[in-house]
Design a protein around this ligand. Structure first.
Ligand SMILES: Cc1ncc(COP(=O)(O)O)c(C=O)c1O
Length: 585
């Protein structure tokens, strides 16, 4: 296929999301009498020749061979990543950069001119390669009437698909329920919920199959749309339409040949979609797919037995015998997905490579230190395999590794276990090497009688008073404790917008400082008496002194007994205070 055709095909894939492309495409449909399209259903993609009169058929959206007017080429070229996207965030999916590794290949180990490039899928708006799938399966379902406006989507995911779907669904207005085993990173759960999804956690012992069973149960029970990413052809389709052409085009534009492409498999969408595209459009490129060395299902040669009655793979009755828990979130579920199987039978890849978790984490760290690229564990595994390939390659070999996501998604996992949150000895030494001169204190105005009067009125007028700075986490420590105790309080934020005019807030601060002798916040008052700050309040609670003070003032908190609070009052201190020097006092 010529560069122009590929460009247009890609342009369609990207732009058919908005009305302009849809309009242009339907114009083209009426121009062409016949055309070859790929049709996708529940089975493998097949080449089909359609008559233009069937332009409303679902296959018509996949028009690959129409000869477009050159304006489309211009339109594509004029839409760089930095363009304006009218439709929504999902229009920015794809077009991820390819970056050469300049320091990781040692001259001693590799022959002249051997190069590794990384396609950084973390540059997708949802931070992973799975954004492509999310868009592919949602738009596919929309076009084919499988997904109704406002219908809830439910999917089983190790997280990246869930985050991609949460982004696409938020932008398009579909509620999302993501089913995920508890063992996947906390960051993933939080990100999905932040994007409005609900996350149903499953027992890690039930593995990926348990997640799929649960997603199907929920879909059946509630009538939710279940894309079933492990078997959905739109998953491979989107990679054939975007990732594959992006790679071929990038290397073609740079005048470089691509000898090897290395990826891994989760659902198999990437290897089937990109692999089959490369086989067709870059036949000189060898495709390699990675799997964990302790769950080598493809290597084992043992197939997954799919249900014969066309039921989805959730009805497997036997887990794959060589699958073991591994470190690669997003790789190798406990069965060989149908899309992977299809990639095998179609010979969409040439070899299977293996990598261990420890090795992957080491390569991730090296990638960050030497190249400034922050990759998740799986990217480290793929790169580890690419590095081994590079060492065996002849002069001038070019390798592309697909890096699926960012290391930021793994802060709570073993990948970051050795990265401290507190200062190391070396950092302490650096810190101690200069005096750490404090910045000048904010200049407070002279005390004014009017401000003093106002402050005293507040102190006397509230049983419990917290004078605070609005966004100070120590101030929130105090209110966090009082909220837990069910103690009602009056709160004054002296630095709030309300008191900014004429420096009023600072006038109150001056008056307060003169009254209490205390410069810091919060300032805590009970029954007209100054008690101290947040740590003082917590300490007093721990020593049973605050309880007495409250009771003497007739304050009993929630349910007449401070909500029966039994916690450690220091739990409300800022989360970044990992070493609390007062905890043992
Ligand atoms: C984190 C992550 N997500 C997704 C994938 C891609 O998987 P799929 O086969 O589902 O396209 C991989 C594969 O490397 C991965 O590591």
């Amino acid at each position: 296929m010529t560069y122009l055709k590929r460009t247009i095909q890609f342009w369609f894939a990207i732009q058919s999301r908005n009305g302009i492309a849809a309009g242009l495409q339907s114009q083209l449909s009426t121009l062409a009498s016949t055309r070859t399209v790929r049709s996708f259903g529940s089975s493998s993609p097949t080449e089909t020749t359609l008559n233009s009169s069937s332009s409303s058929d679902k296959e018509s959206d996949m028009n690959e061979e129409a000869t477009p007017p050159s304006s489309l080429l211009r339109a594509f070229e004029e839409v760089p990543r930095s363009a304006i996207y009218e439709g929504g965030i999902y229009e920015t999916i794809g077009k991820t950069p390819i970056v050469r590794l300049n320091k990781m290949l040692s001259k001693e180990d590799t022959k002249e001119g051997v190069a590794i490039y990384c396609k950084l899928e973390s540059e997708n708006p949802g931070g992973s390669v799975k954004d492509r799938l999310a868009l592919g399966i949602i738009e596919w379902a929309e076009r084919h009437g499988e997904l109704k406006p406002g219908q809830t989507v439910v999917e089983a995911s190790s997280g990246n698909t869930g985050i991609g779907l949460a982004m696409v669904c938020a932008s398009k207005g579909y509620p999302l329920v993501c089913v995920m085993a508890e063992s996947f990173s906390i960051e993933r759960r939080k990100l999905m919920r932040f994007l409005g999804a609900r996350v149903v956690l499953t027992n890690p012992a039930h593995k990926a199959t348990g997640m799929i069973i649960k997603a199907k149960e929920l879909s059946d029970k509630h009538g939710w749309f279940w894309p079933n990413q492990f078997e959905n052809q739109a998953n491979a389709w989107i990679h054939r339409e975007t990732t594959g052409p992006e790679i071929v085009q990038a290397f073609e534009n740079a005048g470089k040949k691509l000898d090897h492409f290395v990826c891994a498999y989760g659902t198999g969408g990437t290897v089937l979609g990109v692999g089959s595209y490369l086989k067709e459009h870059s036949p000189g490129t060898k495709v390699h797919v990675c799997e964990p060395d302790n769950a080598p299902m493809l290597y084992s040669g043992i197939p997954t037995k799919y249900p014969e009655d066309g039921q989805p793979s959730s009805s497997f009755d036997v887990a794959h015998p060589v699958w073991r828990p591994h470190l690669f979130q997003g790789w190798a579920a406990d069965f060989i997905p149908k899309l992977v199987n299809e990639a095998t039978t179609q010979q969409a890849y040439d070899s299977v490579l293996h990598c261990g978790g420890g090795e992957a984490m080491k390569v991730c760290q090296e990638l960050a230190l030497k190249e400034g690229i922050c990759s998740g564990t799986s990217g480290g595994g793929i790169l580890a395999a690419a590095l081994k390939l590079a060492k065996q390659s002849p002069e001038g070999t070019t390798i592309l590794a697909l890096i699926p996501d960012t290391g930021e998604r793994y802060l709570s996992t073993p990948l970051f276990e050795n990265i401290p949150a507190d200062m190391t000895d070396e950092e302490k030494e650096i810190a101690a090497s200069t005096p750490s001169t404090p910045p000048p204190a904010p200049g407070l105005p002279a005390v004014e009688a009017e401000a003093t009067e106002w402050i005293q009125k507040q102190i006397g007028g509230h049983k419990v008073l917290c004078v605070m700075l609005e966004y100070c986490e120590f101030c929130w420590t105090l209110t966090g404790l009082l909220d837990a105790l069910g103690v009602e309080y009056h709160r004054i934020d002296v630095d709030s917008f309300e008191f900014a005019k004429d420096n009023q807030g600072n006038k109150y601060r001056s008056a307060l400082q003169e009254s209490t002798g205390c410069k810091t916040f919060p300032q805590f008052f009970v029954d007209g008496k100054f008690i101290g700050g947040a740590v003082d309040a917590c300490m007093m609670w721990k020593k049973d002194e605050l309880q007495k003070l409250f009771r003497d003032a007739g304050i009993e908190g929630g349910n007449g007994n401070f909500n029966d609070y039994q916690g450690d009052a220091f739990e409300f201190l800022p989360k970044w205070m990992t070493q609390n020097p007062l905890r043992s006092k």
